[in-house]
Design a protein around this ligand. Structure first.
Ligand SMILES: [Zn+2]
Length: 241
């Protein structure tokens, strides 16, 4: 149990929203492991800009070019468009490096776990990472690629003895998104959330705007950001030693 959980009042552990005010870990060289270009911005953007704002040197490993997306907000080849969008978003977020692999979008789970784990371990070494940042192991949106990317990161981190911090959604937000959009969003009750962090979304919104092929009007993204407000929820998938 984290300090944050220990200091929570009984009322908050019974189901109410936990209080905001936790700090991100003081990592200097976090490695972010995601499945698709835009995950770093749409999902993790506020958390990553907070790490950068705190002086961290942040690297991203993205497994796919996102070529299988059903969204096509601008004309052109999604493989190329989304690679360029990722590079621009990383620049806007102030990320130090981005490594974009060419695993199959939509089929990351069958790409071969060992290959994905090896790629994470190489990225850990290259960046001299002191912690990993990922999507929650539910996949958040129900996308199996998100689950596969996080599973590879957790396996690699266990091998390397590194902690893994996952971005998650509070259950009420996930429930609202399920009801309003019919999408299989997965959330966590307060007892399964370790950190509740206040964030500034200005830089995230600039990074989101670097993904015009995906940040289309009416997207569930906008509603999620609306529901979350200036707060992000995180949980440990592999706790610090
Ligand atoms: Zn994604």
């Amino acid at each position: 149990m984290s300090d944050a959980q220990e200091t929570r009042s009984p009322a908050t552990t019974s189901g109410a929203a936990p209080p905001v005010g936790d700090d991100l870990p003081g990592w200097r060289r976090p490695l972010v492991v995601v499945a698709h270009p835009d995950d770093e911005s749409f999902g993790l953007g506020a958390v990553l800009s907070a790490f950068v704002g705190g002086g961290a040197c942040v690297a991203v490993l993205c497994f796919t070019h996102g070529e299988a997306s059903t969204l096509h907000g601008v004309e052109g080849d999604l493989r190329e468009l989304r690679a360029a969008e990722l590079a621009e978003a990383a620049h806007r977020l102030g990320l130090a490096t981005v490594e974009l692999l060419d695993e199959p979008d939509g089929a990351l789970g069958v790409a071969g776990t060992e290959r994905l784990v090896t790629a994470v371990l190489r990225a850990v070494d290259r960046h001299a990472a002191d912690g990993l940042v990922v999507f929650d192991d539910t996949g958040i949106t129900g996308h199996p690629d998100h689950v596969a990317a996080t599973a590879a990161a957790v396996t690699a981190a266990r091998g390397a003895g590194l902690p893994v911090l996952a971005w998650t959604l509070p259950e009420p937000v996930a429930q609202a998104l399920r009801e309003e959009f019919g999408a299989p969003f997965a959330g966590r009750p307060p007892a399964e959330v370790d950190l509740v962090v206040g964030v500034d979304r200005a830089t995230q919104l600039e990074a989101v705007a670097a993904h015009p092929s995906q940040a289309v009007p009416g997207s569930v993204l906008w509603r999620r950001l609306d529901l979350l407000g200036p707060v992000e929820h995180l949980r440990w998938l592999h706790r610090p030693a």
